[in-house]
Design a protein around this ligand. Structure first.
Ligand code: ZN
Length: 498
């Protein structure tokens, strides 16, 4: 959430600004003199300062803009809006200040709302309703419709109406984008499958299996998901957005020449390759219950991409890979981290592993952009995995990722208990925007309480649920062993760009 500091001693203006900005969802602080303003700014760097021009000397002799520009720490404040008491309709204040936007008093609430929204860093929710309408077929666990439910829930909590949030509709990716990772023969076969008719020759590409059925629009569906991830990547790479979430992306099992594990086109590998061509360094953090094998394979020999995957162990879950000993090869040695977790791993152990590995590895690598895959199939209610997480674990991990990322692309991924997925992704989007959702709607869609019997809480957050007894001790011992191995073996191999 954007933090805004209002510096003014005019009670009327302060009351109006506080009301407007609070309603718009910002965190608002007020200072009525220069020393209070400086001390608040030193304590926590605001995202924007709304400064009455009189505080540039006239009131207490301190030119706040000048003081800010001379202080290294305060120079980090990205934006300043200067409010001047010139009567409405008069010319812009003569004094020009670089990077400052001027507003003439009296300021109308709508003007202030628009001006602030135009200055704070934005987040993008990448979404096409069309993507949720494709169907893998009856009885298939993957239901693209979960995206529609997530959006409905986000709307109920007002999470897409914040002034810094843009909902952006993607266009399908073209073949020339998809060949950044995929073989042309494979893409031709996938295109042929788009009419929903299976022919024998498709099987060599993994098309027409139980996991990856040939369904009407399968190519269009994959191209649209990939277009969304490419759009998310370009939005954050352009610097205008800090965070972009494509909940319909995240197909981490798709391989160079074949479909696998419900995934046809690897939107992640394609978007990362696109950014590598522009010289960016990328960290990829995969929280899905399944090992991110397709992404690992794409960058196994590459030290420009740090891949980290926390997942249920390959001993008990598809794709049967992702052991801690898979650490990358050649130039990429040390740039691939796997944290396999035993069945029944709960929030506590998951977060212990996450905190031990992710922040330190990402800091050592020093990426330009972080990709996060928040596949919600590790939830207790999920029918496919054997992990025992609640959405609180995803929320905490997502908040940490947001905090350690210069820019962040967030992708959906797995998740097969529809209501739980919608709640988890809605909560993830909320906390990554700095919002703790209020429980007015108690996690309901269409009047129905969501969540499972085990974890159904009063609101969007699941109730805490923990694995206990000797099983918990055994799980924790194994996870401590794995994380110690990673610290000893991998961490010293990671270096930042030079
Ligand atoms: Zn998964």
């Amino acid at each position: 959430m954007a933090r805004i500091l209002v510096v003014d001693n005019d009670p009327g203006f302060v009351r109006m600004a506080r009301g407007v900005l609070y309603t718009d969802g910002y965190l608002v602080q007020v200072a009525t003199d220069s020393s209070e303003a400086l001390s608040l700014m030193e304590h926590a760097i605001p995202d924007l300062v709304l400064l009455d021009n009189q505080f540039r000397r006239e009131i207490d002799g301190v030119d706040l803009m000048d003081a800010m520009s001379r202080n290294t720490r305060l120079r980090q404040i990205p934006k300043v809006i200067v409010v001047d008491s010139a009567p409405e309709g008069s010319d812009e204040p003569g004094d020009s200040l670089e990077n400052a936007l001027w507003l003439s008093k009296p300021v109308k609430p709508e003007t202030l709302s628009d001006a602030v929204a135009g200055q704070v860093t934005r987040t993008a929710f990448v979404y096409s309703p069309q993507h949720g309408e494709y169907e893998y077929g009856p009885d298939h666990p993957m239901e693209p419709r979960r995206a529609l439910e997530t959006v409905e829930l986000c709307h109920k909590y007002g999470l897409l109406d914040k002034p810094w949030v843009d909902v952006v509709e993607p266009q399908p990716a073209g073949v020339e984008d998809m060949v950044l990772f995929h073989d042309r023969d494979y893409l031709a076969a996938l295109q042929e499958a788009n009419d929903g008719v299976f022919v024998e020759s498709m099987i060599e590409f993994g098309l027409g299996t139980m996991d990856c059925p040939v369904f009407p629009g399968v190519y269009d569906y994959s191209a649209l998901a990939t277009g969304g991830t490419l759009l998310a990547a370009s939005l954050v790479d352009g610097g205008r957005y800090d965070l972009a979430f494509n909940l319909s992306g995240g197909f981490h099992h798709a391989h160079h020449r074949n479909a696998e594990g419900f995934c046809y086109v690897n939107d992640i590998a394609i978007a990362i390759r696109h950014l590598l061509r522009k010289g960016r360094r990328i960290a990829y953090v995969d929280l899905d219950a399944h090992h991110g094998d397709g992404v690992q394979d794409a960058f196994y020999n590459d030290n420009r991409v740090l891949t980290i995957s926390l997942h249920e162990s390959g001993k008990t879950l598809f794709p049967w890979s992702g052991f801690e000993t898979e650490i990358g090869a050649g130039d990429g040695r040390g740039y691939n981290i796997n944290v396999p977790l035993p069945p029944q791993t709960d929030d506590e152990v998951f977060l212990e592993a996450f905190h031990k590995v992710v922040p330190e590895a990402v800091a050592a690598f020093d990426p330009d952009i972080v990709f996060a895959l928040v596949g919600a199939d590790g939830l207790l209610a999920d029918p496919l995995s054997h992990l025992a997480l609640t959405n609180n674990a995803y929320a905490e991990a997502a908040m940490v990722i947001e905090a350690i990322s210069p820019e962040c692309v967030v992708l959906g991924g797995g998740g097969y208990q529809m209501n739980s997925v919608a709640r988890a992704w809605c909560l993830t989007w909320a906390v990554m925007n700095g919002i703790e959702p209020e429980d007015e709607y108690a996690g309901t869609i269409g009047g129905m309480m969501l969540g499972t019997e085990y974890v159904e809480g009063g609101g969007l957050r699941d109730r805490h649920a923990y694995t206990t007894g000797p099983l918990k001790a055994e799980i924790r011992k194994e996870v401590v062993r794995v994380t110690e191995y990673i610290k000893d073996t991998v961490f010293s191999l990671i270096t930042p760009s030079t």
